[in-house]
Design a protein around this ligand. Structure first.
Ligand code: DGY
Length: 324
């Protein structure tokens, strides 16, 4: 009998076809998260699950899925999955690392440039008919070239952001759980700093940590208080890494110059007040959203699913201990 799988989001046609050749594949065809009740009902007889970062794969879901043998997440971040609960049931979980590094770093840098040069705000003003004349001190932003960039989280994406900063002659400092190899520091021109010093010295702080218990509210009132009044915060990692209420208060009080966010603490909801501020850019979680990258992510998630259901170790397994 053909094994059943569930795909909870829209995939490129060729990827879905490849899955349908091997499995009885039920899938969500629209570009929206699968409604929870539907997800719980659909997962009951499935052996494989290719899920989106918007699906909460928790105890409740796992208890509805007694036949589940593999979970492939379409995303590098997997805070949506209770990996411990999956591991306890012997279910491998995979993610999609690497393929989205450049796209996400591009977006972080886009936000950095856009917030410093007031790109989105300028566009809004022009559309509102407020571009009436040029004047030397109107609509000034801040210089990016030569400034100091502080990167918190020096994994693949953090490093790719550092690489981009070199092209802008920026000084790059980073903070990470552990220091990277000194040859890597030299290649990237990046120096290690304590979190406090990084926050004190940076003109731009860009976040690239995964969401886990230790990084929830990593940037709160105290940390924002250490930043320069002229500094900007950029977040393309996960929303709950920042205490959004504390950020809002700091922005309202002019305690920092601005923030550019792609992710939110209570995504997709926004902390009320954020949209009223001109010194904030708000994007709808599009860090990896290029056609090329999302296509690669979908293919990678499918490869992981196929491997896991064939009894092989999925190339991007997060909990390899289930095989030991
Ligand atoms: C990821 O892969 O974790 C991204 O946030 C999805 O864009």
């Amino acid at each position: 009998m053909t094994r059943k799988i569930l795909v909870t989001g829209r995939l490129p046609g060729e990827v879905l076809s490849a899955l349908a050749e091997q499995f009885d594949a039920a899938s969500q065809h629209e570009d929206r998260p699968m409604e929870r009740r539907r997800l719980l009902d659909a997962v009951g007889d499935k052996e494989g699950l290719l899920c989106m970062i918007t699906d909460s794969i928790d105890e409740e879901l796992l208890s509805h899925a007694p036949r589940l043998k593999m979970i492939a997440n379409l995303g590098v971040g997997y805070n949506n999955i209770d990996v411990r609960a999956a591991t306890a049931r012997g279910i491998p979980v995979s993610n999609t690392p690497g393929v989205l590094t450049e796209a996400t770093a591009d977006l972080a840098f886009t936000l950095l440039l856009a917030i410093a040069r007031r790109v989105v705000e300028g566009d809004r003003r022009v559309r509102a008919g407020e571009f009436r004349f040029w004047a030397p001190f109107l609509f000034l932003g801040r210089e990016v070239s030569g400034k100091t960039l502080g990167i918190i989280g020096m994994g693949r994406i953090g490093k790719a952001v550092a690489q981009r900063a070199r092209g802008f002659d920026m000084s790059v400092m980073y903070h990470n759980r552990s220091r990277i190899e000194s040859s890597e520091e030299d290649r990237l021109g990046a120096g290690y700093e304590s979190m406090e010093e990084l926050l004190r010295k940076s003109d731009f702080v860009s976040l690239h940590v995964p969401l886990m218990a230790e990084t929830r509210h990593l940037i709160g009132r105290r940390e924002i208080g250490l930043m320069k009044p002229s500094a900007y915060l950029i977040n393309t990692s996960r929303g709950p890494v920042v205490d959004e209420q504390a950020l809002l208060a700091a922005l309202q009080a002019g305690q920092i110059a601005g923030a550019a966010l792609d992710v939110y603490e209570h995504e997709p909801a926004l902390t009320p007040g954020l949209t009223l501020l001109d010194n904030v850019i708000l994007l709808p979680h599009v860090g990896s959203a290029t056609l090329e990258t999302r296509t690669l992510m979908a293919a990678m998630a499918a490869r992981n699913l196929i491997a896991g259901l064939s009894g092989q170790t999925p190339p991007n397994v997060i909990n390899p201990e289930v095989f030991s």
